[in-house]
Design a protein around this ligand. Structure first.
Ligand SMILES: C[S@@+](CC[C@H](N)C(=O)[O-])C[C@H]1O[C@@H](n2cnc3c(N)ncnc32)[C@H](O)[C@@H]1O
Length: 206
């Protein structure tokens, strides 16, 4: 995993510190917007969330979906299980090492803030597995910080300091999915956090 977890950033390994920082920055609002404008999960759909963290996204998804969350961090998974145990199934796993048949067949796959932690080989392996398990017409939605020409200087500086070591530009994220997904699009969003920041929201349809 290409993620910095040493020094001051080690505090973020604690679920309460992690959720607190995300709340202060406005990530909660970003999740709400992404759920409403991009994920748009319907009642009864199966949603797979790779790199689910503490599964905060469940606050903005319909109660009737079948949710499966995977994350590398056992403490994040434990936190998700404690708070949302009745809303989904949670598993500690390295998503770059999952075989396709370990991923539940689904209509929606979500990767919020994860691809920029993964190198190209790991990300492509994950995307292939998700593609195989998505139903025809099913969608993969990814959200990651991105370097975009003309973005605010503060946004660029903040993104450079991210724990993830594989932040890409929009073309870089599209390159990861292009071997599998013919139907794909990406939108840079500069308005999702309380601070200047750029997220690239990618939508791929099987
Ligand atoms: C920026 S956080 C986003 C978490 C969550 N999606 C959210 O929106 O709060 C990135 C997450 O990816 C997880 N992660 C990073 N590399 C991973 C890997 N190889 N396998 C599984 N999870 C991974 C981290 O543990 C962390 O929870």
């Amino acid at each position: 995993m290409a993620q910095i977890t040493s020094g001051i950033r080690s505090i973020l390994s604690h679920p309460i510190a992690y959720d607190g920082l995300q709340g202060a920055l406005g990530v909660t609002n970003a999740r709400r917007t992404v759920c409403e404008e991009y994920i748009k999960a319907s009642e009864g759909q199966v949603v797979v969330d790779v790199g689910c963290g503490t599964a905060e996204i469940l606050k903005f998804l319909p109660g009737s979906i079948q949710y499966f969350g995977f994350d590398l961090s056992q403490s994040y998974i434990d936190s998700a299980q404690r708070r949302f145990g009745d809303r989904g199934t949670f598993r500690c796993a390295d998503v770059t090492a999952l075989s396709a048949n370990e991923i539940p067949p689904c209509q929606v796959a979500v990767s919020f803030g994860v691809l920029h932690h993964l190198d190209d080989d790991g990300a492509r392996h994950l995307i292939e597995g998700l593609y195989d398990r998505l139903a025809p017409g099913g969608r993969l939605i990814t959200v990651d910080p991105a370097f975009v020409p003309g973005q605010a200087r503060i946004a660029r500086e903040l993104i450079k300091r991210d724990r993830g070591q594989n932040v890409r530009n929009c073309e870089g994220y599209l390159d990861l999915v292009s071997p599998r997904f013919q139907q794909r699009g990406i939108e840079p969003r500069h308005d999702l956090l309380r601070v200047p920041y750029t997220y690239a929201v990618m939508t791929c349809v099987r």
